[in-house]
Design a protein around this ligand. Sequence first.
Ligand SMILES: NC(=O)c1ccc[n+]([C@@H]2O[C@H](COP(=O)([O-])OP(=O)(O)OC[C@H]3O[C@@H](n4cnc5c(N)ncnc54)[C@H](OP(=O)(O)O)[C@@H]3O)[C@@H](O)[C@H]2O)c1
Length: 477
Amino acid sequence: MATVTSTRPYHIIIFGASGFTGQFVVEEVARSAFEGPSGSLKWALAGRSRQRLEGVLNQAAETLRKPELRTEVEIIVADVSEADSLAIMCQQGLVVLNCVGPYRFYGEPVVRACIENGAHCIDICGEPQFLERMQLEYHSRAMDSGVYVIGSCGFDSIPADMGILYTKDQFKGRDLFVGGCAHDGTWQSAIYGFADSGSLRKLRKKFGYQPLPVVGAKVKKRGSLFFSKEIDQYAIPFMGSDPSVVRRSQRFLYEGHQELPVQYSAYVGVGGVWSLIKMFCGGLLFWFLGKFGLGRKLLITFPEFFSFGVFTKAGPSRKQMEGTSFSLTFFGEGYAEGLDPSQGRPNARICTQIHGAEPGYVATPVAMVQAAITVLNEPQFLPIKGGVYSPGAAFARTTLIDRLNRHGLVFSVLIWTVFFVSNIEIGNIFTLPSGGLGSIFTILLIPIQSFQIYRKCHGLQVNRVLSDTLTPCHALP
Ligand SMILES: NC(=O)c1ccc[n+]([C@@H]2O[C@H](COP(=O)([O-])OP(=O)(O)OC[C@H]3O[C@@H](n4cnc5c(N)ncnc54)[C@H](OP(=O)(O)O)[C@@H]3O)[C@@H](O)[C@H]2O)c1
Protein backbone atom coordinates (compact mmCIF):
# COMPACT_ATOMS: atom_id res chain seq x y z
CA MET A 1 0.00 0.00 0.00
CA ALA A 2 1.16 3.47 -0.80
CA THR A 3 2.00 5.84 2.03
CA VAL A 4 2.09 9.62 2.23
CA THR A 5 5.80 9.54 1.47
CA SER A 6 5.34 7.55 -1.70
CA THR A 7 5.66 9.05 -5.13
CA ARG A 8 1.93 9.30 -5.80
CA PRO A 9 1.24 12.87 -6.83
CA TYR A 10 -1.96 13.42 -4.82
CA HIS A 11 -3.08 12.88 -1.25
CA ILE A 12 -6.74 13.23 -2.23
CA ILE A 13 -8.64 12.78 -5.49
CA ILE A 14 -12.27 13.93 -5.51
CA PHE A 15 -14.10 11.66 -7.93
CA GLY A 16 -17.48 13.00 -9.09
CA ALA A 17 -16.34 16.53 -8.32
CA SER A 18 -18.77 17.91 -10.89
CA GLY A 19 -21.83 16.59 -9.03
CA PHE A 20 -24.00 18.68 -6.77
CA THR A 21 -22.32 17.33 -3.63
CA GLY A 22 -18.92 17.02 -5.30
CA GLN A 23 -18.68 20.79 -5.86
CA PHE A 24 -19.00 21.41 -2.10
CA VAL A 25 -16.47 18.68 -1.33
CA VAL A 26 -14.06 20.52 -3.65
CA GLU A 27 -14.55 23.73 -1.66
CA GLU A 28 -14.12 21.93 1.64
CA VAL A 29 -10.86 20.29 0.50
CA ALA A 30 -9.59 23.68 -0.64
CA ARG A 31 -10.46 25.18 2.76
CA SER A 32 -8.84 22.31 4.69
CA ALA A 33 -5.70 21.92 2.58
CA PHE A 34 -3.43 23.19 5.38
CA GLU A 35 -4.53 20.22 7.53
CA GLY A 36 -2.89 17.68 5.24
CA PRO A 37 0.26 15.74 6.05
CA SER A 38 3.11 18.18 6.82
CA GLY A 39 0.66 21.06 6.60
CA SER A 40 -0.33 20.76 2.99
CA LEU A 41 -2.55 18.69 0.80
CA LYS A 42 -1.94 17.78 -2.81
CA TRP A 43 -5.24 17.13 -4.46
CA ALA A 44 -6.99 16.73 -7.80
CA LEU A 45 -10.49 16.65 -9.24
CA ALA A 46 -11.74 13.69 -11.23
CA GLY A 47 -14.84 12.95 -13.27
CA ARG A 48 -16.03 12.13 -16.74
CA SER A 49 -16.16 15.66 -18.18
CA ARG A 50 -13.08 17.89 -18.13
CA GLN A 51 -15.21 20.87 -19.06
CA ARG A 52 -17.60 20.41 -16.11
CA LEU A 53 -14.68 19.88 -13.75
CA GLU A 54 -13.04 23.10 -14.96
CA GLY A 55 -16.33 24.84 -14.29
CA VAL A 56 -16.35 23.53 -10.68
CA LEU A 57 -12.76 24.65 -10.17
CA ASN A 58 -13.54 28.12 -11.50
CA GLN A 59 -16.54 28.40 -9.25
CA ALA A 60 -14.54 27.26 -6.18
CA ALA A 61 -11.77 29.74 -7.04
CA GLU A 62 -14.32 32.52 -7.19
CA THR A 63 -16.35 31.54 -4.09
CA LEU A 64 -13.27 31.06 -1.92
CA ARG A 65 -11.36 33.93 -3.53
CA LYS A 66 -8.47 31.58 -4.31
CA PRO A 67 -7.60 32.20 -7.97
CA GLU A 68 -4.55 29.93 -7.61
CA LEU A 69 -6.90 26.90 -7.58
CA ARG A 70 -7.37 27.35 -11.34
CA THR A 71 -3.71 26.65 -12.02
CA GLU A 72 -2.58 24.55 -9.03
CA VAL A 73 -5.27 21.86 -8.98
CA GLU A 74 -5.08 19.15 -11.64
CA ILE A 75 -7.96 17.42 -13.39
CA ILE A 76 -8.14 13.68 -14.09
CA VAL A 77 -10.69 12.35 -16.57
CA ALA A 78 -12.18 9.02 -15.44
CA ASP A 79 -15.44 7.24 -16.10
CA VAL A 80 -17.04 4.50 -14.02
CA SER A 81 -17.73 2.50 -17.16
CA GLU A 82 -14.04 2.55 -18.21
CA ALA A 83 -12.01 0.36 -15.86
CA ASP A 84 -8.66 1.54 -17.25
CA SER A 85 -9.48 5.16 -16.54
CA LEU A 86 -10.42 4.26 -12.94
CA ALA A 87 -7.16 2.33 -12.51
CA ILE A 88 -5.09 5.28 -13.77
CA MET A 89 -6.98 7.62 -11.44
CA CYS A 90 -6.50 5.38 -8.40
CA GLN A 91 -2.77 4.92 -9.05
CA GLN A 92 -2.27 8.66 -8.66
CA GLY A 93 -3.79 9.18 -5.22
CA LEU A 94 -3.63 7.97 -1.64
CA VAL A 95 -7.31 8.55 -0.92
CA VAL A 96 -10.20 8.69 -3.39
CA LEU A 97 -13.24 10.63 -2.18
CA ASN A 98 -16.00 9.02 -4.19
CA CYS A 99 -18.99 11.34 -4.77
CA VAL A 100 -20.46 9.39 -7.71
CA GLY A 101 -23.87 8.00 -6.77
CA PRO A 102 -26.33 6.32 -6.56
CA TYR A 103 -23.67 3.90 -5.31
CA ARG A 104 -25.75 0.84 -6.12
CA PHE A 105 -25.18 1.69 -9.80
CA TYR A 106 -21.77 3.32 -9.83
CA GLY A 107 -19.98 2.44 -6.59
CA GLU A 108 -18.59 -1.07 -7.06
CA PRO A 109 -16.11 -0.42 -9.92
CA VAL A 110 -14.60 2.39 -7.85
CA VAL A 111 -14.20 0.17 -4.76
CA ARG A 112 -12.61 -2.52 -6.92
CA ALA A 113 -10.24 -0.10 -8.68
CA CYS A 114 -9.16 1.40 -5.34
CA ILE A 115 -8.38 -2.02 -3.87
CA GLU A 116 -6.52 -3.19 -6.99
CA ASN A 117 -4.52 0.01 -7.25
CA GLY A 118 -3.74 0.70 -3.61
CA ALA A 119 -5.82 3.84 -2.94
CA HIS A 120 -8.02 4.19 0.14
CA CYS A 121 -11.66 4.79 -0.74
CA ILE A 122 -14.07 7.03 1.19
CA ASP A 123 -17.68 7.55 0.17
CA ILE A 124 -20.83 9.29 1.38
CA CYS A 125 -23.18 6.45 0.58
CA GLY A 126 -26.44 6.18 2.51
CA GLU A 127 -27.50 2.87 0.96
CA PRO A 128 -27.20 -0.08 3.41
CA GLN A 129 -27.50 -2.63 0.58
CA PHE A 130 -24.39 -1.29 -1.13
CA LEU A 131 -22.42 -0.75 2.07
CA GLU A 132 -23.10 -4.20 3.47
CA ARG A 133 -22.51 -5.94 0.13
CA MET A 134 -19.13 -4.24 -0.25
CA GLN A 135 -18.20 -5.48 3.22
CA LEU A 136 -19.30 -9.02 2.37
CA GLU A 137 -17.55 -9.19 -0.99
CA TYR A 138 -14.47 -6.97 -0.64
CA HIS A 139 -13.40 -6.97 3.03
CA SER A 140 -10.76 -9.68 2.75
CA ARG A 141 -9.43 -8.39 -0.57
CA ALA A 142 -9.11 -4.90 0.91
CA MET A 143 -7.38 -6.33 3.99
CA ASP A 144 -4.88 -8.18 1.82
CA SER A 145 -4.06 -4.98 -0.09
CA GLY A 146 -3.91 -2.82 3.04
CA VAL A 147 -6.59 -0.54 1.58
CA TYR A 148 -9.25 1.09 3.77
CA VAL A 149 -12.68 1.29 2.17
CA ILE A 150 -14.76 3.43 4.51
CA GLY A 151 -18.36 4.02 3.49
CA SER A 152 -21.09 6.38 4.76
CA CYS A 153 -18.69 9.18 5.72
CA GLY A 154 -21.24 11.97 5.21
CA PHE A 155 -24.20 13.08 7.29
CA ASP A 156 -25.20 9.46 6.69
CA SER A 157 -23.79 8.19 9.02
CA ILE A 158 -20.82 9.86 10.72
CA PRO A 159 -22.88 11.84 13.26
CA ALA A 160 -24.90 8.79 14.38
CA ASP A 161 -21.99 6.36 14.37
CA MET A 162 -19.40 8.61 16.00
CA GLY A 163 -22.12 10.05 18.28
CA ILE A 164 -22.75 6.59 19.76
CA LEU A 165 -19.03 6.20 20.45
CA TYR A 166 -18.91 9.67 21.97
CA THR A 167 -21.93 8.97 24.19
CA LYS A 168 -20.49 5.63 25.27
CA ASP A 169 -17.21 7.30 26.05
CA GLN A 170 -18.80 9.98 28.20
CA PHE A 171 -20.54 7.28 30.17
CA LYS A 172 -17.18 5.61 30.90
CA GLY A 173 -18.96 2.32 31.40
CA ARG A 174 -18.13 -1.30 31.13
CA ASP A 175 -21.62 -2.76 30.45
CA LEU A 176 -23.70 -1.35 27.71
CA PHE A 177 -26.97 -1.42 25.93
CA VAL A 178 -28.20 1.49 23.72
CA GLY A 179 -31.71 1.34 23.01
CA GLY A 180 -33.88 20.31 4.18
CA CYS A 181 -34.06 20.72 0.95
CA ALA A 182 -31.88 18.15 -0.73
CA HIS A 183 -30.62 17.39 -4.21
CA ASP A 184 -32.19 14.91 -6.56
CA GLY A 185 -29.09 12.58 -6.38
CA THR A 186 -29.98 11.71 -2.80
CA TRP A 187 -33.67 11.31 -3.69
CA GLN A 188 -32.75 8.74 -6.37
CA SER A 189 -30.58 6.79 -3.93
CA ALA A 190 -33.52 6.68 -1.51
CA ILE A 191 -36.00 5.51 -4.18
CA TYR A 192 -33.83 2.63 -5.40
CA GLY A 193 -32.85 1.70 -1.86
CA PHE A 194 -36.48 1.48 -0.82
CA ALA A 195 -37.46 -0.55 -3.91
CA ASP A 196 -34.71 -3.04 -3.15
CA SER A 197 -35.16 -3.36 0.61
CA GLY A 198 -36.00 -7.09 0.32
CA SER A 199 -32.51 -7.94 -0.92
CA LEU A 200 -31.00 -6.52 2.25
CA ARG A 201 -32.53 -9.27 4.37
CA LYS A 202 -31.11 -11.94 2.04
CA LEU A 203 -27.72 -10.27 2.04
CA ARG A 204 -27.58 -10.17 5.85
CA LYS A 205 -28.22 -13.90 6.05
CA LYS A 206 -25.03 -14.45 4.06
CA PHE A 207 -22.90 -12.93 6.84
CA GLY A 208 -24.10 -15.72 9.15
CA TYR A 209 -23.71 -13.52 12.21
CA GLN A 210 -24.65 -14.65 15.73
CA PRO A 211 -26.85 -12.12 17.58
CA LEU A 212 -24.87 -9.59 19.59
CA PRO A 213 -25.04 -9.99 23.38
CA VAL A 214 -27.55 -7.82 25.23
CA VAL A 215 -26.48 -6.17 28.45
CA GLY A 216 -29.21 -5.31 30.92
CA ALA A 217 -32.82 -5.22 29.80
CA LYS A 218 -33.59 -5.57 26.11
CA VAL A 219 -34.60 -2.17 24.77
CA LYS A 220 -38.25 -2.05 23.77
CA LYS A 221 -38.81 -0.76 20.25
CA ARG A 222 -41.03 2.29 20.20
CA GLY A 223 -43.98 2.20 17.84
CA SER A 224 -43.98 3.17 14.18
CA LEU A 225 -45.51 6.47 15.32
CA PHE A 226 -45.39 7.87 18.85
CA PHE A 227 -45.40 11.14 20.69
CA SER A 228 -41.93 11.74 22.07
CA LYS A 229 -41.94 13.51 25.43
CA GLU A 230 -38.21 14.00 25.02
CA ILE A 231 -38.65 16.35 22.09
CA ASP A 232 -42.29 17.28 22.51
CA GLN A 233 -43.40 16.19 19.05
CA TYR A 234 -44.35 13.14 17.02
CA ALA A 235 -41.57 10.80 15.97
CA ILE A 236 -41.21 7.78 13.70
CA PRO A 237 -38.43 5.22 13.22
CA PHE A 238 -35.58 6.64 11.16
CA MET A 239 -35.50 4.89 7.78
CA GLY A 240 -31.99 5.92 6.75
CA SER A 241 -28.75 3.98 6.93
CA ASP A 242 -27.74 5.01 10.48
CA PRO A 243 -29.00 1.90 12.33
CA SER A 244 -27.30 -0.41 9.82
CA VAL A 245 -24.01 1.49 10.07
CA VAL A 246 -24.09 1.72 13.87
CA ARG A 247 -24.80 -2.02 14.16
CA ARG A 248 -21.79 -2.81 11.96
CA SER A 249 -19.52 -0.63 14.08
CA GLN A 250 -20.81 -2.12 17.33
CA ARG A 251 -20.21 -5.62 15.96
CA PHE A 252 -16.68 -4.76 14.87
CA LEU A 253 -15.82 -3.26 18.26
CA TYR A 254 -17.32 -6.26 20.06
CA GLU A 255 -15.68 -8.94 17.92
CA GLY A 256 -12.39 -7.14 17.37
CA HIS A 257 -11.93 -5.33 20.69
CA GLN A 258 -14.28 -7.14 23.09
CA GLU A 259 -16.24 -3.94 23.76
CA LEU A 260 -19.78 -4.75 24.83
CA PRO A 261 -22.20 -3.55 22.18
CA VAL A 262 -24.84 -0.92 22.68
CA GLN A 263 -28.48 -1.52 21.77
CA TYR A 264 -29.47 1.24 19.44
CA SER A 265 -32.55 2.56 17.72
CA ALA A 266 -33.06 5.79 15.80
CA TYR A 267 -36.11 7.98 15.34
CA VAL A 268 -36.84 11.17 13.53
CA GLY A 269 -38.93 14.01 14.92
CA VAL A 270 -41.68 14.95 12.47
CA GLY A 271 -43.41 17.81 14.26
CA GLY A 272 -47.08 18.31 15.05
CA VAL A 273 -50.28 16.87 13.61
CA TRP A 274 -50.23 18.84 10.34
CA SER A 275 -46.67 17.75 9.48
CA LEU A 276 -47.68 14.25 10.38
CA ILE A 277 -50.60 14.25 7.95
CA LYS A 278 -48.39 15.63 5.19
CA MET A 279 -45.71 13.09 5.89
CA PHE A 280 -48.19 10.23 6.03
CA CYS A 281 -49.67 11.16 2.60
CA GLY A 282 -46.20 11.64 1.10
CA GLY A 283 -44.94 8.39 2.64
CA LEU A 284 -47.90 6.42 1.34
CA LEU A 285 -47.41 7.76 -2.16
CA PHE A 286 -43.67 7.09 -2.04
CA TRP A 287 -44.24 3.56 -0.77
CA PHE A 288 -46.83 2.86 -3.48
CA LEU A 289 -44.93 4.39 -6.42
CA GLY A 290 -41.54 3.06 -5.28
CA LYS A 291 -42.79 -0.52 -5.69
CA PHE A 292 -42.98 -0.56 -9.50
CA GLY A 293 -40.92 0.72 -12.44
CA LEU A 294 -43.32 3.33 -13.80
CA GLY A 295 -43.93 4.68 -10.31
CA ARG A 296 -40.19 5.04 -9.71
CA LYS A 297 -39.88 6.85 -13.04
CA LEU A 298 -42.52 9.33 -11.89
CA LEU A 299 -40.78 9.83 -8.55
CA ILE A 300 -37.47 10.43 -10.32
CA THR A 301 -38.92 12.79 -12.92
CA PHE A 302 -40.86 14.95 -10.45
CA PRO A 303 -38.87 14.92 -7.21
CA GLU A 304 -40.11 18.32 -6.11
CA PHE A 305 -43.78 17.43 -6.48
CA PHE A 306 -43.58 14.06 -4.71
CA SER A 307 -41.36 15.22 -1.86
CA PHE A 308 -43.32 18.43 -1.17
CA GLY A 309 -40.34 20.48 -2.28
CA VAL A 310 -37.79 18.79 -0.01
CA PHE A 311 -35.86 17.28 -2.96
CA THR A 312 -35.34 19.32 -6.11
CA LYS A 313 -33.45 18.82 -9.35
CA ALA A 314 -31.57 22.06 -8.80
CA GLY A 315 -30.77 21.29 -5.14
CA PRO A 316 -30.90 23.89 -2.39
CA SER A 317 -29.46 27.35 -2.99
CA ARG A 318 -26.58 28.59 -0.85
CA LYS A 319 -29.01 30.93 0.88
CA GLN A 320 -31.36 28.05 1.71
CA MET A 321 -28.42 26.12 3.10
CA GLU A 322 -27.48 29.01 5.35
CA GLY A 323 -30.94 28.81 6.91
CA THR A 324 -30.73 25.09 7.65
CA SER A 325 -29.15 23.13 10.46
CA PHE A 326 -29.50 19.75 12.14
CA SER A 327 -29.27 18.29 15.59
CA LEU A 328 -29.00 14.68 16.62
CA THR A 329 -29.91 14.00 20.24
CA PHE A 330 -28.83 10.79 21.96
CA PHE A 331 -30.73 9.49 24.98
CA GLY A 332 -28.83 6.74 26.79
CA GLU A 333 -29.59 4.64 29.85
CA GLY A 334 -27.17 2.52 31.85
CA TYR A 335 -25.73 1.43 35.13
CA ALA A 336 -23.71 3.54 37.50
CA GLU A 337 -20.71 1.87 39.05
CA GLY A 338 -21.56 -0.95 41.40
CA LEU A 339 -24.97 -1.83 39.94
CA ASP A 340 -25.25 -5.27 38.43
CA PRO A 341 -27.03 -5.01 35.05
CA SER A 342 -28.64 -8.40 35.57
CA GLN A 343 -30.26 -7.27 38.83
CA GLY A 344 -32.41 -4.34 37.86
CA ARG A 345 -33.31 -1.46 35.64
CA PRO A 346 -30.71 1.07 34.57
CA ASN A 347 -30.10 3.76 37.17
CA ALA A 348 -28.28 6.37 35.13
CA ARG A 349 -29.08 8.42 32.08
CA ILE A 350 -27.11 10.48 29.66
CA CYS A 351 -28.21 12.85 26.95
CA THR A 352 -25.72 14.03 24.35
CA GLN A 353 -26.12 15.99 21.18
CA ILE A 354 -24.44 16.75 17.90
CA HIS A 355 -25.47 19.82 16.07
CA GLY A 356 -24.21 21.39 12.92
CA ALA A 357 -25.01 23.35 9.80
CA GLU A 358 -26.97 22.10 6.78
CA PRO A 359 -26.55 18.30 6.74
CA GLY A 360 -26.33 17.30 3.04
CA TYR A 361 -23.93 19.80 1.53
CA VAL A 362 -22.19 21.52 4.45
CA ALA A 363 -21.90 18.84 7.16
CA THR A 364 -21.41 16.02 4.63
CA PRO A 365 -18.37 17.57 2.89
CA VAL A 366 -16.88 18.46 6.28
CA ALA A 367 -17.33 14.89 7.55
CA MET A 368 -16.01 13.34 4.34
CA VAL A 369 -12.94 15.57 4.14
CA GLN A 370 -12.13 15.20 7.84
CA ALA A 371 -12.43 11.41 7.45
CA ALA A 372 -9.86 11.58 4.63
CA ILE A 373 -7.54 13.85 6.60
CA THR A 374 -7.76 11.42 9.53
CA VAL A 375 -6.80 8.50 7.27
CA LEU A 376 -3.83 10.49 5.96
CA ASN A 377 -2.63 11.83 9.31
CA GLU A 378 -3.43 9.03 11.74
CA PRO A 379 -2.84 5.70 9.98
CA GLN A 380 -1.44 4.24 13.21
CA PHE A 381 -4.87 4.55 14.87
CA LEU A 382 -6.89 2.88 12.12
CA PRO A 383 -7.68 -0.87 12.31
CA ILE A 384 -4.42 -2.82 11.96
CA LYS A 385 -5.09 -3.99 8.42
CA GLY A 386 -7.08 -2.52 5.58
CA GLY A 387 -10.65 -3.70 4.97
CA VAL A 388 -14.18 -2.46 4.37
CA TYR A 389 -15.26 -0.52 7.44
CA SER A 390 -18.01 1.67 8.82
CA PRO A 391 -16.83 5.06 10.21
CA GLY A 392 -17.13 3.95 13.86
CA ALA A 393 -15.05 0.85 13.18
CA ALA A 394 -12.39 2.76 11.26
CA PHE A 395 -12.16 5.88 13.40
CA ALA A 396 -12.94 4.72 16.98
CA ARG A 397 -9.30 5.22 18.07
CA THR A 398 -8.61 8.39 16.08
CA THR A 399 -9.21 12.07 16.82
CA LEU A 400 -11.98 12.38 14.24
CA ILE A 401 -14.50 13.69 16.80
CA ASP A 402 -12.11 16.51 17.82
CA ARG A 403 -11.55 17.34 14.18
CA LEU A 404 -15.31 17.48 13.53
CA ASN A 405 -15.79 19.66 16.61
CA ARG A 406 -13.30 22.13 15.19
CA HIS A 407 -15.22 22.17 11.91
CA GLY A 408 -18.70 22.92 13.23
CA LEU A 409 -20.08 19.44 13.96
CA VAL A 410 -20.28 20.01 17.69
CA PHE A 411 -20.56 17.08 20.12
CA SER A 412 -21.72 17.90 23.66
CA VAL A 413 -23.09 16.28 26.82
CA LEU A 414 -26.41 17.83 27.76
CA ILE A 415 -27.48 15.83 30.79
CA TRP A 416 -25.87 13.19 32.96
CA THR A 417 -28.16 11.90 35.67
CA VAL A 418 -27.87 9.17 38.25
CA PHE A 419 -31.07 8.31 40.04
CA PHE A 420 -32.55 5.62 42.23
CA VAL A 421 -35.12 3.75 40.21
CA SER A 422 -37.88 4.56 42.72
CA ASN A 423 -37.04 8.25 42.79
CA ILE A 424 -36.34 9.51 39.29
CA GLU A 425 -34.98 13.02 39.08
CA ILE A 426 -33.99 14.18 35.67
CA GLY A 427 -32.03 17.34 35.27
CA ASN A 428 -29.60 16.93 38.14
CA ILE A 429 -26.04 16.73 37.05
CA PHE A 430 -23.67 14.52 38.93
CA THR A 431 -19.99 13.99 38.48
CA LEU A 432 -19.56 11.28 35.91
CA PRO A 433 -19.38 7.92 37.67
CA SER A 434 -17.60 5.07 35.99
CA GLY A 435 -20.52 2.68 35.57
CA GLY A 436 -21.89 1.29 32.31
CA LEU A 437 -24.20 2.79 29.75
CA GLY A 438 -27.33 0.75 29.20
CA SER A 439 -29.11 1.95 26.11
CA ILE A 440 -29.14 4.77 23.60
CA PHE A 441 -31.68 5.94 21.12
CA THR A 442 -31.27 8.95 18.91
CA ILE A 443 -33.73 11.46 17.66
CA LEU A 444 -32.81 13.38 14.60
CA LEU A 445 -34.01 16.86 13.78
CA ILE A 446 -33.20 18.29 10.38
CA PRO A 447 -34.74 21.70 10.25
CA ILE A 448 -35.36 22.51 6.63
CA GLN A 449 -37.38 25.48 5.55
CA SER A 450 -40.27 23.42 4.31
CA PHE A 451 -40.35 21.27 7.44
CA GLN A 452 -42.43 22.31 10.42
CA ILE A 453 -40.02 20.50 12.70
CA TYR A 454 -37.69 23.45 12.34
CA ARG A 455 -39.61 25.50 14.82
CA LYS A 456 -39.89 22.59 17.18
CA CYS A 457 -36.13 22.49 17.40
CA HIS A 458 -36.29 25.37 19.85
CA GLY A 459 -38.73 23.43 21.99
CA LEU A 460 -36.34 20.61 22.78
CA GLN A 461 -36.61 19.93 26.48
CA VAL A 462 -32.90 19.48 26.71
CA ASN A 463 -32.41 23.04 25.49
CA ARG A 464 -34.26 24.29 28.49
CA VAL A 465 -32.37 22.15 30.95
CA LEU A 466 -28.92 23.14 29.88
CA SER A 467 -29.36 25.92 27.41
CA ASP A 468 -25.81 27.16 27.81
CA THR A 469 -24.35 24.04 26.26
CA LEU A 470 -26.31 24.47 23.06
CA THR A 471 -26.04 26.80 20.18
CA PRO A 472 -29.62 27.45 19.14
CA CYS A 473 -30.67 26.43 15.66
CA HIS A 474 -30.44 29.19 13.08
CA ALA A 475 -33.49 31.37 13.30
CA LEU A 476 -36.05 31.38 10.55
CA PRO A 477 -38.17 34.38 9.80
N1 LIG B 1 -24.26 10.81 3.12
C1 LIG B 1 -24.96 11.89 2.91
O1 LIG B 1 -25.49 12.45 3.82
C2 LIG B 1 -25.05 12.41 1.49
C3 LIG B 1 -25.24 13.76 1.26
C4 LIG B 1 -25.29 14.21 -0.06
C5 LIG B 1 -25.20 13.30 -1.11
N2 LIG B 1 -25.04 11.96 -0.83
C6 LIG B 1 -24.94 10.97 -1.91
O2 LIG B 1 -23.95 11.39 -2.84
C7 LIG B 1 -24.28 10.87 -4.13
C8 LIG B 1 -24.20 11.99 -5.16
O3 LIG B 1 -25.26 12.88 -4.95
P1 LIG B 1 -25.40 14.21 -5.82
O4 LIG B 1 -26.64 14.86 -5.39
O5 LIG B 1 -24.12 14.96 -5.76
O6 LIG B 1 -25.58 13.57 -7.28
P2 LIG B 1 -25.29 14.25 -8.73
O7 LIG B 1 -25.35 15.73 -8.65
O8 LIG B 1 -26.18 13.55 -9.68
O9 LIG B 1 -23.76 13.88 -9.02
C9 LIG B 1 -23.39 12.63 -9.51
C10 LIG B 1 -21.94 12.69 -9.95
O10 LIG B 1 -21.62 11.40 -10.50
C11 LIG B 1 -21.00 11.60 -11.75
N3 LIG B 1 -21.18 10.46 -12.62
C12 LIG B 1 -22.35 9.89 -13.02
N4 LIG B 1 -22.08 8.85 -13.83
C13 LIG B 1 -20.74 8.77 -13.95
C14 LIG B 1 -19.85 7.93 -14.65
N5 LIG B 1 -20.29 6.94 -15.43
N6 LIG B 1 -18.53 8.12 -14.52
C15 LIG B 1 -18.04 9.13 -13.75
N7 LIG B 1 -18.83 9.98 -13.07
C16 LIG B 1 -20.17 9.79 -13.17
C17 LIG B 1 -21.64 12.85 -12.31
O11 LIG B 1 -20.80 13.37 -13.34
P3 LIG B 1 -21.35 14.46 -14.42
O12 LIG B 1 -21.28 15.79 -13.73
O13 LIG B 1 -20.36 14.33 -15.51
O14 LIG B 1 -22.74 14.07 -14.79
C18 LIG B 1 -21.66 13.71 -11.06
O15 LIG B 1 -20.38 14.26 -10.85
C19 LIG B 1 -25.67 10.24 -4.01
O16 LIG B 1 -25.52 8.85 -3.89
C20 LIG B 1 -26.22 10.82 -2.72
O17 LIG B 1 -27.13 9.97 -2.08
C21 LIG B 1 -24.96 11.52 0.44
